[in-house]
Design a protein. Structure first.
Ligand code: SF4
Length: 326
């Protein structure tokens, strides 16, 4: 069947000629938005730094990688290739020599073809980008994932991100100049946002020619600031129908060559409070609903890319200076 979304799994199979899986690892990193450097308490939705529940940062990196590879080979076959995915907290936040030791360890394993490093856009000095770029020069593929979440600065303040949009633009341009592949992480349905915000966020990702995107619905985890708003009745996550519509519209705006690393979110009850479609069991249902929605409209990822500029599509707008005031 024709692929209407450029999923990472398809991109990677074409690029490497074999099935490629990500092996997530969780290390004892922290985050400048938690330890007081930029902020305290973290983003209002942050739950254990987005660490997958089956991972324990007290387990050594080698053990996590070896277990992950063993499990993946049993499930997906011996020829499977791997990216080591530094997922939880801020994986570039530390001494560069310590980071080098960790990244070097990850790349020692046979069948590992690259790194995928999740971080914040205000946490990537050039020396770290240079280090990551050195692995690319050795033939590995290196992705860096920047959490943006929203292109609306007011939202970023509301959710306590402790960085702005400008940091994301700066980090993306620098990382691309170092030859890294940039994936931008977005969230749909943040408090106070509407469709226009979601589409603007997608347009920013498209404008930056990001190599990859993650799109997922906001979900509420217990013991977070967002949980408090939810329990007080001051915040309601998107329905599945609304999420599917907005995520589809965002996909239409981004380039067809941008690699889609994620289209939903998964967590486990009882830590997950809402919405009930953000579970491992319903992951495929959400993705299929987005594909079905696009197909039903005869649409696809990139159908509206490049999105029209004012010069391409005259609109009923006048420059303020041409208006007459009483
Ligand atoms: S940047 Fe990530 S790890 Fe840091 S507080 Fe926000 S969600 Fe948590």
């Amino acid at each position: 069947m024709d692929q209407i979304i450029n999923f990472f799994r398809n991109y990677a199979r074409e690029r490497f000629g074999r099935r490629v899986k990500k092996i997530p690892v969780a290390l004892p990193f922290t985050c400048p938005n938690i330890d007081g450097t930029k902020g305290r308490g973290g983003c209002i939705y942050c739950y254990k730094g987005s660490r997958p529940e089956h991972l324990d940062p007290r387990t050594s990196l080698r053990e996590q990688i070896e277990q992950g590879i063993k499990h993946a080979k049993e499930r997906y076959g011996k020829k499977t290739l791997f990216f080591i995915y530094f997922q939880s907290y801020t994986n570039t936040y530390g001494d560069v020599w310590k980071l080098k030791e960790l990244y070097d360890t990850a790349l020692e394993y046979e069948d590992v073809v690259g790194l995928d490093v999740g971080t914040r856009p205000d946490c990537v000095p050039n020396e770290v980008l240079s280090l990551l770029s050195s692995y690319k020069e050795r033939g590995y593929e290196v992705w860096i994932e920047f959490g943006l979440q929203s292109a609306n600065f007011e939202t970023l303040k509301r959710i306590n991100r402790a960085h702005g949009v400008s940091e994301l633009v700066d980090a993306t341009l620098r990382a691309k100049a170092f030859g890294l592949k940039v994936c931008i992480h977005t969230i749909v349905g943040l408090p106070g946002e509407d469709r226009e915000d979601f589409l603007e966020t997608a347009k920013l990702v498209a404008s930056l020619r990001a190599d990859g995107i993650k799109i997922h619905p906001i979900y509420v985890m217990k013991n977070t600031g967002l949980a408090k708003l939810y329990e007080e009745g001051r915040f309601k996550p998107l329905s599945l129908e609304d999420y599917v519509r907005y995520a589809s519209e965002m996909l239409e705006l981004i380039s067809p060559t941008t690699v889609v690393h994620r289209l939903t979110a998964e967590a486990k009850k009882p830590a997950l409070l809402a919405p009930d479609y953000c579970t491992y069991e319903r992951k495929l249902e959400v993705i299929k609903a987005i594909e079905d929605y696009l197909r039903s409209r005869g649409s696809r990822q990139g159908a509206k890319f490049p999105f029209p500029s004012l010069s391409q599509e005259p609109q009923e707008r006048k420059c303020v200076s041409s208006l007459s005031f009483p």
